[in-house]
Design a binder for this molecule. Structure first.
Ligand SMILES: Cc1cc2nc3c(=O)[nH]c(=O)nc-3n(C[C@H](O)[C@H](O)[C@H](O)COP(=O)(O)OP(=O)(O)OC[C@H]3O[C@@H](n4cnc5c(N)ncnc54)[C@H](O)[C@@H]3O)c2cc1C
Length: 393
C-alpha cells in the first residue's frame, strides 16, 4: 500500500473512532495527535508518522471533507511555526513529550521573547541576563514587541549567559513559563488601535535547567532555526488563488464598477499577477522544505509578502476613496490573531505596515539575501570578536 493510501485509511479510522459530530473538539484533536495525523512529518509518538511533509495534504483533505475541527493554526502560529520546529530539532526527549502535544492542540499558546529595546535587527546584542543558580537559571531583563504574550503559557526565550565572550557566543535558548511570578506583561498599543503585542519584564524569573533548549552558549545557533522558520511561517503561508490581501480588493473591483479607473485597473492587474507569482513561489518553497530545514530562502518570500501586502492594501484604500479612510473600531482590543481578511480596508492598510518590520525588517532581509543567497560581500562587522560586555551601548 502506498503511503498516501495508508494515510487515507488511518484518517478514515480516526473519523470512525471519533466522529466529529459527536466528539468534543479537544478530544478529537488529541486523538488526531495520538494517531500521528497532526503533522505527519514529525516522528511517531510526537504527533507524526515520520512521512514526507507533503503527505499532510492527504490527511487535511480527508478531515476537511468530514467536517472535522482543526487546531485553529492562525491562533497558535508562533507555537506551530517557530517553537515546534526548534523543540523538535534541539529538544530532549522529555521536552518533546512535555511540550509538543498541548502546543499542537492549542491548549498551550506560545510567544517569542527575542526582541529587546536595544536589540531588534541586531538581536545578538541582547542584554537580558540568565545566571545559573543550582539547577535553575535566574533571568532578569526586558523584552519588547512580544506578540500574544498576554495569551501565552510558554515562551521561547534567548538570554545572555556569558557576557565575557563576543555577542553571538554568549547566548542560551530557554523555554520560559509565562505564569512565573517574575513575568510581567504590559500591552503596547499599535497603529491599528489594538494591542496585539506587549512589553515583557522579567524579574528574578527562575527557569529550570531542564527547560534549556540546546547547549549553554549555543543559543544563537538554536535561534537560527526559529528565525528561518519564522520567515517561512510569515511569508510562505499556503493560500488559495486570490487568497490573502488581493482577495478583498479584487472582490471590490468586481462588485463596485462605479469605483473603477483605467489607472487603478492597470495597477490592480500588475499586483494580481505579482500576488499569484508570490503564492506559487511559496508553494515551491514549501516543496523544497520537504527535503530539509529552511535556510535563508524564506527571507526572499517574506520580503515579497511584506511589499505586496503594503502595495495591495494601499491600492484598496485608494480604490474605495473617502470610504477607504473609515475605520471599523479604534477601541484597544487584545486580539487572539491577526485577521487580515475579516476586517475592513483601513485595518489591512495599517496592519500591513508592520509586515516589513516583524520577523526581520525588509532592509535586514535584503542583507541576508545578498550575503547568504547571492554570496555578495558581507556588511563590515567590527564587533564580531569583541566581548559583549565591552560593546558600546
Ligand atoms: C507586528 C510585530 C510583531 C512582532 N512580534 C514580535 C515577537 O513576537 N517577538 C519578538 O521578539 N519580536 C517581535 N517583533 C519585533 C521585531 O522582530 C523587531 O521590531 C524587528 O526585528 C526590528 O527591530 P527594531 O524594532 O529594534 O528596529 P531596529 O533594529 O532598531 O531598526 C530600525 C531601522 O534600522 C534599519 N536597520 C537596522 N539594522 C540595519 C542594517 N544592518 N542594515 C540596514 N538597515 C538596518 C531597520 O531596517 C529599521 O528600518 C514584532 C514586530 C512587529 C512590528
Amino acid at each position: 500500500m502506498t503511503d498516501a493510501a495508508e494515510l487515507r485509511r488511518r484518517t478514515q479510522d480516526l473519523l470512525a473512532a471519533h466522529p466529529p459530530a459527536g466528539t468534543e473538539r479537544l478530544d478529537f484533536l488529541r486523538a488526531r495527535f495520538d494517531a500521528g495525523l497532526a503533522w505527519v512529518h514529525f516522528p511517531e509518538g510526537l504527533g507524526g508518522l515520520g512521512l514526507p511533509r507533503s503527505l499532510q495534504a492527504v490527511v487535511d483533505a480527508g478531515l476537511e471533507a468530514a467536517g472535522a475541527p482543526d487546531n485553529d493554526p492562525r491562533r497558535i502560529g508562533i507555537g506551530l511555526g517557530m517553537a515546534a520546529p526548534t523543540i523538535l530539532r534541539y529538544g530532549t526527549e522529555d521536552q518533546k513529550r512535555r511540550f509538543l502535544k498541548p502546543l499542537w492542540t492549542g491548549e498551550e499558546v506560545w510567544c517569542q521573547l527575542f526582541s529587546e529595546p536595544g536589540a531588534g535587527s541586531d538581536l545578538a546584542a541582547l542584554g537580558t541576563r540568565a545566571v545559573r543558580e543550582g539547577e535553575d537559571w535566574v533571568v532578569d531583563g526586558q523584552k519588547v514587541w512580544t506578540s500574544s504574550a498576554h495569551l501565552a503559557r510558554w515562551a521561547i526565550l534567548i538570554a545572555r549567559t556569558d557576557p565575557d565572550v563576543p555577542k553571538h557566543r554568549g547566548i542560551t535558548y530557554f523555554v520560559c513559563d509565562m505564569t512565573d511570578p517574575g513575568v510581567e506583561v504590559r500591552p503596547l498599543r499599535q497603529i491599528t488601535g489594538e494591542a496585539e503585542f506587549n512589553e515583557v519584564f522579567l524579574t528574578g524569573v527562575r527557569i529550570p535547567d531542564a527547560h534549556r533548549l540546546g547547549e549553554t552558549g549555543d543559543g544563537w545557533k538554536v535561534a537560527q532555526t526559529t528565525l528561518n522558520n519564522e520567515r517561512v511561517a510569515i511569508g510562505g503561508m499556503r493560500l488559495p488563488r486570490e487568497g490573502g490581501m488581493i482577495g478583498p480588493v479584487a472582490r471590490t473591483w468586481r462588485e463596485r464598477p462605479e469605483l473603477r479607473t483605467h489607472d487603478l485597473h492597470q495597477r490592480l492587474l500588475k499586483l494580481w499577477v505579482e500576488a499569484e507569482v508570490a503564492r506559487l513561489t511559496g508553494e515551491r518553497l514549501r516543496q523544497q522544505l520537504v527535503a530539509g530545514h529552511p535556510g535563508p530562502e524564506g527571507a526572499g518570500m517574506k520580503l515579497a509578502f511584506a511589499r505586496l501586502n503594503q502595495e495591495i492594501s494601499g491600492l484598496e484604500v485608494e480604490l474605495r476613496g473617502e470610504e477607504g479612510l473609515l475605520y471599523d473600531d479604534w477601541t484597544m482590543r487584545r486580539p487572539e490573531l491577526v485577521d487580515f481578511t475579516g476586517r475592513d480596508a483601513g485595518y489591512r492598510y495599517l496592519r500591513s505596515k508592520g509586515n516589513s518590520i516583524e520577523g526581520g525588517t525588509s532592509e535586514v532581509l535584503l542583507n541576508i539575501v545578498a550575503e547568504r543567497v547571492l554570496g555578495l560581500p558581507t556588511e563590515p562587522r567590527t564587533d564580531k570578536d569583541v566581548a559583549w560586555k565591552d560593546l558600546a551601548r
